[in-house]
Design a protein around this ligand. Structure first.
Ligand code: GAL
Length: 959
């Protein structure tokens, strides 16, 4: 008998969803019925093929004493230090030949065993029945209990339940689960992430008493006209529904309408209730809200909402997609604290507890089905399972398992059919089924460009100009699409440094009603903790096919520390705008919430002179309704005793009281209002450079007489400043190969900007200046930068003026333009300028002007793949390594213990070893960051063009 026809393994390549599982139903964490978690230590044996071992391990009495032990939930490739195989990362390429529904003979198969006893208080075995629930197994599992086969299933991130009552024993129950890494289901699970086999979500035994609840559907709508909510709980098993706070006690299936407070992401009012059937009491958490498509807009409770969202994959650097509750809560808290109001569960239904948290803390949710067939794009979508009727039952099964499991969450406003699966009849069937089953939510699918099946026009990575056109309704498209609102289900690719251009998108979203916001790609870097590499990414496990660090493209680092991208996004989407020009002593405050007034916030002003706060106070701001603005009078400014300082107001909106997601005084929004301008530093050129045999001296400085290179200022030795235009390309500089706009990060290398040579043309001693003339240019090209360094001094201070004149036909913008110099000893940094975090021309909204302190090491942003990072914007002056440096005009600075070239060469942070020199870049300009690792490059206004430029720095020794 050939392998393909072996009955016992045919299910692996069968397109059907499986056999033996119970119909899907609503998920709930706990009721008064007993349950037993089967999480914990399991025995594991991994074999290389599906049939290397027979199924005798499932029999009672099998001795698995010599098997390994692993933790369930978990992925076996992330346990045992590589003994059970390794993770594989591909973006969209299938890591096996595309021959649906077949999978390779090499198909890692994990046999899992767990022996368990029923607890003493478990009901008698003839009292009701029991169900075994698997919340997530990748990718295909076959189950036995006490030697009896229960069935097999696919659909990795979906629950499957099996009736087991008749098979249970008081003790010594043997649960055997055979898990195959590859199956027909893998063709439907080609999401851009690590391939990680295993039982990665909970396994639970649930007692089902006689008269237990079956499936139930909580319908809780809100009428914004009357302020009333209507509740009806449809239940397979009749019972009663009570909500004490609303005096509700009705039969299932019966509607009741009472005045309620509605649920929204901003004000997530939940009412505790209970569904009571003859045999079970199930707690309910009810949120009243109504989601409709009306006037071409997505409205909740009568109001159009603006999604300030993110795409969230489930990720933990050690546990992969096996997340514990605290990690999920951390994600939700971080989102709330950074002003996010929405999450798309890319690209599969998350652990159900995450949705409970979204209900509780308040986040709008697009719940996405576990479906992606992206790899078929390589064959022009030929044989795509979503357009092949044989697969439709599997697609419908997935849709039903998502909707039935999650339908009682008020936070979910959209069902998403899946991601990047092309188009086809199977998707239409899913949409029809979902629309029929749930009239109270909308359907999303980005791949449906004509919106035949969907209720929203959704795109990913559309450029700003196109988004604007869509906002203006000038994008054309099918008649149906023209009537629909628009969201970007993915934009702002947060890979490495960036994304840039978020503020520009937000301006568009706020300017056009049809644009209802978007979801940043993505939440977290999927780096895997690795002993030698710090965090591993694609290729680090020797995969034959992989997509490198494209898997590290999140707003938070693998350890969940916020990256500058998240800090920027928080500022871009802040729900209160605070602005003004300071001239008239007022600030304009605008409430940008969709539902909440400003009564939960307190406002505070700080008056700053040269970045130091001299006085603070409370600002009384009216409890503006959503959309309202007010001019708020600031107090009379405190006097500037010394005179001449740069003065500004900083106004903050803080939480007025503790909330469930952040404590009192948490900063929600802020704005700065300049009062008086900065005075540029001036140095009288009173000193004359004098030449010795080896050295030229000018004021406090000494220079090499032959080269004119600065050697020391006062007692501080330096490696001379030279023009620098190179930065270690960011992922967004390099861009993705499929991007259609020019990828300057690649051209920079082509044109040799990483290997510029400095030709010395002249060292000239004048009456009041030392002038060094150079030409900075790459081998092989005619382009160059004529660069003149002019040094002057008043005896104590040293001024450097750099003049740059491009020569030749420059075809690329410059990565940066400034000088780089080296300091022997430097650690603590103080500066007056933008901070506290990094900023670039199109990622600088969150950069706050003030007095900041740091250390050289803390200035580094730990992008998983090393790249340009850590620049601070708008710097007036900087103190570091015994020097004080003032800029004319303001400048960007970065300081690191390695060169840009070393940064560029590193693949992991562990490749970077501190040298003896701290390299300091003082930049007149930086090129924008953009989002071209998947999306548009920087907008033209953020280009650093090769143009004539002049800029100065004043050096002195710091006190
Ligand atoms: C999208 C896709 C995501 C991710 C992203 C790039 O096309 O939906 O899953 O691959 O691009 O990081």
């Amino acid at each position: 008998m050939s392998f393909r026809t072996t009955r016992s393994v045919a299910y692996v390549e069968d397109v059907s969803p499986g056999t033996g599982a119970l119909p899907p139903r609503a998920w709930y964490a706990a009721s008064d019925a007993k349950s037993l978690s089967l999480n914990g230590n399991w025995r594991l044996r991994v074999s290389a093929t599906v049939d290397a071992e027979d199924d005798s391990f499932a029999a009672q009495g099998y001795d698995a004493g010599d098997w390994a032990e692993v933790t369930v939930p978990g992925h076996w490739v992330l346990q045992g230090d590589g003994a059970f195989g390794s993770p594989i990362y591909t973006n969209h390429l299938y890591p096996f030949p595309v021959d649906p529904p077949h999978v390779p003979t090499e198909n890692p198969t994990g046999d899992h065993l767990r022996v368990f006893d029923l607890p003493d208080d478990w009901p008698a075995l003839d009292d009701g029945s029991a169900v075994l629930r698997f919340d997530g197994v990748e990718s295909c599992a076959r189950i036995w209990l006490n030697g009896t086969e229960l069935g097999e299933f696919k659909g990795s991130r979906l629950p499957h339940e099996f009736a087991v009552g008749r098979l249970l024993k008081p003790s010594g129950n043997v649960l055997a689960v055979r898990v195959h890494q590859w199956s027909a289901g893998s063709y439907l699970e080609d999401q851009d992430q690590w391939w990680l086999p295993g039982i990665f979500r909970d396994v639970t035994l649930l007692h089902r008493p006689a008269g237990a609840a079956g499936d139930f559907f909580v319908h809780a709508s809100y009428d914004h006209g009357t302020g009333e909510g209507t509740l009806r709980v449809d239940s397979d098993v009749d019972g009663r529904v009570s909500v004490p706070a609303l005096d509700i006690d009705v039969a299932t299936g019966e509607s009741v309408t009472v005045p309620v407070e509605p649920w929204s992401a901003e004000q997530p009012r939940l009412y505790d209730g209970e569904l009571v059937t003859a045999g079970e009491r199930v707690p309910l958490r009810i949120g009243f809200r109504t989601v409709v498509l009306e006037d071409g807009l997505i409205k909740v409770n009568g109001k159009a909402v603006l999604f300030k969202g993110v795409n969230r994959h489930e990720w933990h650097p050690e546990k992969g997609r096996a997340l514990d509750l605290e990690t999920m809560r951390e994600d939700v808290l971080l989102m709330k604290r950074h002003n996010l109001n929405a999450v798309r569960t890319s690209h599969y239904p998350p652990h159900p507890a995450f949705l409970d948290l979204c209900d509780e803390y308040g986040l709008w949710v697009i719940d996405e089905c576990d479906l992606e067939t992206h790899g078929f794009t390589e064959q022009a979508w030929r044989d795509n399972p979503v357009d092949d009727d044989r697969w439709t039952p599997a697609l419908l099964d997935r849709a039903a398992r998502m909707v039935e499991r999650d339908k009682n969450h008020p936070s979910i406003v959209f069902w998403s059919l899946g991601n990047e699966a092309g188009t086809g009849r199977g998707l239409t069937a899913m949409a029809e089924w979902i629309h029929g089953r749930d009239h109270e939510r909308l359907v999303h699918y980005e791949g449906d460009i004509d919106c035949r099946d969907t209720d929203v026009y959704s795109r990913m990575y559309a450029f700003h100009a196109e988004v604007e056109k869509i906002g203006q309704g000038l994008d054309g498209g099918t008649h149906k699409r023209r009537e629909l609102p628009f969201i970007q289900c993915e934009y702002g690719h947060a890979m490495g440094n960036g994304p840039g251009g978020l503020a520009d998108y937000q301006r568009l979203f706020e300017a056009h009603d049809r644009l209802q916001g978007g979801f940043i790609w993505e939440w977290i870097d999927h780096g895997i903790t690795h002993a030698e590499l710090g965090y591993a990414y694609g290729g680090d496990f020797g995969e034959e096919l992989h997509d490198g660090n494209f898997v590290c493209d999140g707003l938070i680092f693998p350890d969940r520390r916020p990256s500058p991208g998240l800090v920027e996004y928080k500022k871009v989407i802040e729900p209160v705008r605070i602005e003004g020009d300071g001239a008239d002593g007022t600030v304009r405050v605008t409430n940008k919430y969709d539902f909440a007034d400003l009564s939960a916030l307190a406002f505070e002003w700080a008056y700053q002179l040269d970045g130091e706060t001299v006085e603070t106070g409370a600002l009384s701001v009216p409890a503006l309704a959503p959309g309202e603005s007010a001019e708020v009078k600031l107090p009379a400014p405190p006097a500037d005793a010394a005179g001449g300082a740069e003065a500004q107001w900083t106004v903050r909106a803080l939480l007025a009281a503790d909330t469930v997601w952040a404590p009192k005084d948490h900063v929600v929004a802020w704005g700065q209002v300049p009062v008086s301008a900065r005075q540029s530093p001036s140095v009288t050129a009173s000193e004359r450079p004098t030449a010795g045999e080896r050295t030229i001296t000018l004021g406090p400085a000494s220079f090499d007489a032959r080269t004119g290179a600065l050697k020391a200022i006062g007692g501080v030795e330096v490696t001379a400043p030279r023009l620098d235009v190179w930065r270690a390309p960011t992922d967004n500089d390099a861009g993705a190969e499929w991007q259609t706009d020019t990828r300057y990060g690649m051209l920079w290398r082509k044109y040799g900007l990483h290997r510029m040579r400095h030709r010395l043309d002249a060292v000239e001693l004048g009456d009041d200046a030392l002038t060094v003339r150079t030409r900075v240019a790459p081998a092989a090209w005619e382009v160059g930068l004529a660069t003149v360094y002019r040094w002057t001094s008043d005896g104590t201070r040293l001024r450097l003026t750099v003049s740059v004149t491009p020569e030749g036909d420059w075809k690329v913008p410059l990565p940066r333009l400034g000088v780089r110099f080296g300091l022997g000893r430097a650690d603590a940094v103080t500066w007056f300028g933008g901070g506290p975090g990094e900023a670039y021309p199109d990622t600088r909204l969150a950069s706050m002007v003030g007095r900041w302190r740091s250390t050289v090491d803390e200035l580094q942003t730990p992008y998983v793949r090393p790249q340009e990072n850590g620049a601070r914007a708008d710097v007036r002056w900087l103190e570091l390594g015994g020097l004080r440096i003032e800029g004319d005009p303001e400048f960007w600075f970065s300081a690191r213990r390695w060169t840009s070239e070393q940064l560029d060469a590193a693949r992991h942070l562990t490749d970077l070893t501190p040298g003896d020199t701290v390299w300091v870049n003082l930049d007149h300009g930086q090129h924008g960051i953009g989002s071209q690792s998947c999306g548009p490059g920087p907008l033209p206004q953020y280009f650093l063009r090769a143009e004539p430029a002049e800029f100065s720095f004043v050096f002195s020794t710091a006190e």
